[in-house]
Design a protein around this ligand. Structure first.
Ligand code: AMP
Length: 372
């Protein structure tokens, strides 16, 4: 089963695997059996809809004779009173003198539970016990006693194993937890030599982000003579962009490895319209998004000066020759610059003056990123 799933408009990530749930169910069944013993046949009452899977698994773990029934709590406006009237639908068994164990899938505030208790307490039963597979202690407001609890969880919306989100998700074997768009994913943008790599180094530490520089990944692969490196080298050496297919495949692998982080700082990606679209779709599928494109704006003359200076020490062939540098600008102006429009249309474009000292520019970038 996938790690992140989508139900209607929301994203959920895997939270409690099926085997852990199975263990909890078995443990509750054994605890109930230890308390009740063989002397009587209990009747387990599942509260629909959510508990149908829990109840089905539970009774098959119960090591002695038992009966099972299901009820639904219906509520309607009373005719002569203003408050809500609650009643159980579906209970046809005679419970006189019986031990009743209620099976709930989840107890959060305890409001439903209080109503169920109220109804059962007025029935002529021998004893009432309550088992809940999941329990949210942080929001439980009642002083009612819960006899058996499977797994306590924080107050976050969950689906799966019988629980739904607007009707969907009940058939998932594991439990999934709602996922907020938590990552601070930023595209650091600008022409070659704008200082993206330099700024990324301080920003990633300051914001605890993962820095993905496609140029660095390609150079690493070239150094290590990988297939990817060999393919990319011929394009990079003359200042051409590496073909989209290759770049996108590599980038997706890098992003996949870093989805559980505070965010990703993209440096040198996307560089074409197709790359930007693919990145958007890919992140959406994972329940994430690009928060902003932050662009360093620098004059072209200054850029050439910076690149030639860097070429003396970086060892990069594409930095050492003005013709190759000009070709990189051409690539930037024809294929990459249009991305400003793409992110502007989404209200995510932030231009930052990239002239001045490294520290000055870092401060300008932080001012933008702090507000995201
Ligand atoms: P950089 O280190 O960002 O200046 O990138 C150096 C070179 O790597 C570029 O000139 C391209 O040849 C290649 N490259 C880096 N990122 C990309 C990308 N997103 N798409 C295509 N080629 C790229």
């Amino acid at each position: 089963m996938k790690h992140t799933i989508r139900l209607h408009d929301k994203f959920f990530k895997k939270y409690i695997p099926h085997n852990k749930i199975k263990k909890a169910v078995k443990s509750i069944a054994n605890q109930v059996y230890n308390d009740l013993g063989d002397k009587e046949v209990p009747i387990f009452v599942g509260i629909l809809n959510g508990s149908f899977i829990f109840a089905a698994d539970f009774i098959r773990e119960y090591p002695a004779d038992c009966e099972v029934s299901f009820v639904k709590l219906a509520s309607y406006e009373g005719e002569n009173s203003t408050g809500q009237v609650h009643e159980l639908v579906g209970l046809s068994e005679d419970l006189t003198g019986r031990t009743v164990v209620i099976l709930e899938d989840i107890i959060d505030t305890g409001n439903t539970l209080a109503k169920i208790y109220d109804i059962f307490e007025h029935l002529p039963i021998k004893q009432l016990k309550l088992a809940s597979l999941f329990f949210k202690p942080d929001i439980f407001k009642k002083s009612l006693h819960i006899d058996y609890i499977g797994i306590s969880i924080p107050d976050k919306f969950i689906v799966g194993y019988g629980l739904d989100y607007n009707g969907l998700g009940r058939n998932l074997k594991s439990i999934y937890q709602i996922k907020a768009k938590t990552m601070k994913n930023i595209v650091l943008f600008g022409p070659p030599g704008a200082g993206k790599g330099t700024q990324a180094t301080s920003l990633k530490d300051y914001y605890n982000l993962v820095h993905i520089s496609t140029g660095d990944v390609f150079r690493y692969n070239i150094k290590n003579n990988t297939d990817l490196g060999l393919l990319a080298k011929s394009f990079m050496d003359i200042g051409d962009l590496v073909p989209d297919e290759l770049t996108i495949k590599m980038l997706k692998e890098e992003v996949k490895k870093n989805l559980d982080t505070a965010g990703i700082l993209f440096d040198g990606f996307p560089r074409t319209a197709l790359q930007a679209k693919v990145l958007d779709t890919f992140l959406t599928k994972k329940g994430e998004e690009i928060k902003a494109m932050v662009a360093l704006e620098v004059d072209e003359d200054e850029l050439i000066k910076r690149l030639l200076k860097r070429g003396k020490t970086s060892g990069r062939p594409d930095d050492q020759d003005e013709e190759k540098i000009r070709n990189r600008f051409d690539e930037y102006n024809t294929k990459t610059a249009i991305l400003k429009k793409f992110y502007k249309a989404q209200g995510k474009y932030y231009g930052v003056n990239g002239m001045g000292s490294i520290e000055e520019i870092t401060e300008r970038l932080k001012k933008v990123i702090d507000k995201l």
